[in-house]
Write a protein that binds this ligand. Structure first.
Ligand code: S6P
Ligand code: ZN
Length: 193
């Protein structure tokens, strides 16, 4: 087989201090307005949005599409903070392709990886710097930053996985992660009652 331009090896450089790599193909910002439906305290979200629309997290992205494979690298950097008492978190999604897993590697900060199946089986992984998690196919995944600094994780997955946000937008995850006396606590998500 003759090699095409995209069939050659590529490396990027990760900066552990900043929690980003370069070069990247794309940087996506998720602001509070993009996530307004995900937080419980809708009133607080609306009040905040009258004044500002902060970046909750960013995704640095590189897609490796060769003649015969499709691999993606994504680095997500979640800022510290809460909306009301609910910690900043990713939107969360299922993969559109139901046979597609993913690896997440926490390289900075502390938090939780929430995973849930469509039938409502729910699992939490505690994350500190160095935790590597395998997300099996069919599990929705969301990351919550409960630390005082940024939480950064590296994701490796196939482009073919795609994203399905609809079930998560509609019903959230079965538990929410909130600050209680300065500590992370899990409470039932009222959307599920
Ligand atoms: C893609 C992978 C991550 C997320 C990113 C942002 O399969 O899981 O790169 O896209 O962490 O999360 P979300 O839920 O906004 O896509
Ligand atoms: Zn994913």
């Amino acid at each position: 087989m003759n090699l095409a331009k995209e069939d050659y090896p590529v490396s990027v450089q990760f900066d552990f201090e900043k929690g980003e790599f370069s070069p990247y193909q794309k940087r996506v910002e998720r602001k509070l307005s993009d996530l307004s439906m995900m937080f419980q305290a809708k009133g607080i979200v609306d009040k905040m949005l009258e004044k500002e629309d902060p970046v909750i997290y960013e995704i640095f992205y590189y897609g490796y599409q060769t003649s015969i494979s499709d691999m993606a690298l994504g680095v997500t950097r979640i800022q510290p903070g809460t909306i009301g008492d609910e910690y900043f978190m990713t939107k969360g999604h299922f993969h559109a392709a139901h046979d597609q897993p993913e690896i997440y590697f926490c390289v900075k900060g502390e938090g939780y990886l929430l995973q849930e199946t469509i039938k409502g089986e729910f699992q939490v992984e505690k994350w500190t710097k160095g935790t590597i998690s395998h997300i099996p196919p069919m599990w929705a995944h969301r990351v919550v930053n409960v630390g005082t600094g940024a939480l950064v994780f590296v994701a490796s997955y196939h482009l073919a996985a795609g994203h399905d946000y609809k079930p998560v937008v509609k019903r959230g995850f079965s538990k929410r992660v909130v600050a209680e006396n300065g500590k992370a606590a899990f409470i039932m998500n009222k959307q599920r009652e």
